[in-house]
Design a protein around this ligand. Structure first.
Ligand code: ZN
Length: 279
């Protein structure tokens, strides 16, 4: 099933995406509430999806599928070609940073270039949305902890990323975590480790790889993070970006106002945002 958060007639709700239409789930609350109650809701929502109807997707505004994740974690240096272009040694341990809750952005909304900055960059990523979650999750059990997957752009302000040993500030600017366009549930997607992913700037392909190239796969990521913290419904994990970021181009090419950035992952659709000056 494909599940979205959308706004129509001034109300924001959760919906089921079927073809070019969105069907109101009728479930009160946010996507996180829906995920919490998924076991009870699933059969009824499948029946709604099968019955069809709904409103044209083009007539509603898609929001980030999870608008306020309890946690947003992202792993760095997790594709070999991106490690090489970053002039870093392959990490022996997983390199994690956080992105602020307030960096979440809707899938087709503008992405801000903060005033006074000149090094904003893109990073297409497969994003895992936690479902059942838990703590001390073994790799063998990690797939069952995931609710579904969506496309993400780990937008990064490179100067601020490297202004301190901790990357989180440069990864947490407002609008710098667009996700969407919807969540494809784990059972519908199947294996998340065989998906092509690509990023385009103004139609020019900048990144193209496959999640088979992840250094630490998603199950290893979940096992690692849950060693000390409880992963909860709606938590969001950015699983790494492949080579081809603007900071590694020669000459370096950062995003400027008016640029259109499209990120896509096989089976999940695409998100696309236009870069705008802050304010
Ligand atoms: Zn990233």
């Amino acid at each position: 099933m494909k599940l979205c958060t959308y706004t129509a007639q001034g109300q924001t709700r959760t919906g089921i995406v079927v073809g070019d239409c969105v069907i109101d789930t009728g479930v009160s609350g946010t996507m996180i509430d829906l995920i919490h109650r998924w076991d009870q809701l699933k059969a009824g929502l499948e029946a709604k999806a099968a019955a069809g109807g709904g409103a044209p997707l083009a007539s509603v505004k898609l929001e980030a599928p999870v608008q306020r994740p309890g946690k947003i974690f992202a792993i760095g240096l997790n594709y070999a070609d991106h490690v090489a272009e970053s002039n870093m040694a392959p990490p022996e341990r997983q390199v994690w940073f956080t992105k602020a809750q307030t960096s979440i952005n809707a899938p087709y909304d503008p992405i801000e270039i903060a005033s006074g900055t000149m090094t904003t960059d893109y990073e297409v990523e497969l994003v895992a949305v936690i479902g059942r979650g838990g703590k001390h999750i073994a790799e063998a059990d990690a797939a069952a902890a995931v609710f579904g997957y969506c496309v993400g752009n780990d937008v990064t302000e490179r100067m601020w990323q490297h202004a301190s040993p901790q990357w989180s500030l440069g990864k947490s600017f407002d609008t710098h975590a667009p996700i969407g366009p919807w969540i494809v549930t784990a059972d519908e997607l199947g294996d998340p480790h065989t998906l092509g992913l690509r990023c385009f700037v103004n139609g020019e392909q900048r990144q193209a790889s496959n999640t088979s190239q992840l250094v630490f796969n998603i199950w290893q990521q979940i096992a690692h993070l849950s060693v000390g913290m409880t992963l909860e419904a709606g938590d969001v994990l950015f699983t790494g970006t492949p080579g081809g970021v603007g900071a590694a181009m020669d000459p370096r090419q950062f995003l400027k106002a008016g640029d259109v950035v499209r990120c896509e992952v096989d089976g999940l659709g695409h998100i696309e945002g236009t870069m705008v000056a802050e304010g």
